[in-house]
Design a protein around this ligand. Sequence first.
Ligand code: SF4
Length: 374
Amino acid sequence: MSTLDKKIENYIFGNIPTSELLDKAYDIKVQNFGKTITYSPKVFIPLTTLCQDACAYCTFVKTPKDGGTYLTFEEVDAIANVGDKSGCFEALFTLGDKPEIKWSFAKEELERLGFSTTFDYLIENAKRVNEKYHLFPHINPGLMSRKEIKEYRQHSPSGGLMLESFSKNLSQKGKAHYGAKTKDINLRLETLENAMSEKYPMTTGLLLGITDTKNEIIQDIYQLIQTCKINTSIQEVILQNFRAKQNTLMKNHSEIVNDLFMRIIATTRLFLPNHISLQIPPNLASNIELFLKSGINDLGGISPKTIDWVNPDHNWPNLIELKNVIKQTDQNLIPRLPVYPSYINKDWLSPSIYEKVSSVVNENGYPKEHEFTK
Ligand code: SF4
């Protein structure tokens, strides 16, 4: 074990009281992000619920027989329109990974829509949404090549790909990633490297709770931090706690308990490069109040209009209540764009996206006052 592995182990599993660990992490959060907690007002656009993979916990994806399909242009436009009118900034394109590789039905659907690949169809939709609305597409299509990213960044300021876990055990029979080729950690790291080469700000993160051992947790945090130290495209890390869903192979798998989750968050904050935002999804924690001073500075996308398609059983928190709860911790909740202030420059954004982003942000890189943000 390296020194950093040992430190991570000691912080997460050692004797330091959780409150002391949280205080340390909160101090670092305040030094780097002040007393604000951000969120991204968004609409969720599930462009296709078909996927070439079938992860053991996923309810987002459907087979053709179960109704997996593509949204039409009209459906995408309707969601974007609602989001725009509600004052959202982010159009979160979340979709299964290149379903046409597995399903002839996906090829037929794409043909019917006038396209031969999911990539081409996604580009056209992102382009239309970006040109027509105030919204900024944030692209989550699974693995991405350099060539694909080059195109995405013309119509979008940022993208996302969860690493989920570095553990190779997950590809074994009965485990979360069994048979899921796109979950190969090396391929996912390659996508993040492609993003760095093409200068595309990225969100990544871990899905905590899908592994089984203490050592896997330590290694996941260690490898995540090492990746973040090297890969300058990573603007944001999500620590997502696995929630067991009915009708999945992992419906009886245990979930991560609050105290361990808090210790993991705080430890990550201690070692993560300072500029990287640390997020937990506010609809998945069983008691969000507990986490507001754990070292996080962001609560991710919250939608006034669309459900969380990946975790449909978990409602978004009420924004007014959330603001009040956060106020009680002596912090403020403020909206942000899908791209973070330190990435709003001509180096990281394409010229047209930079121009559009610049027109909506204030001198701190956050959205100017807006009806939805008051
Ligand atoms: S790759 Fe993503 S969308 Fe596809 S089955 Fe796995 S979790 Fe679901």
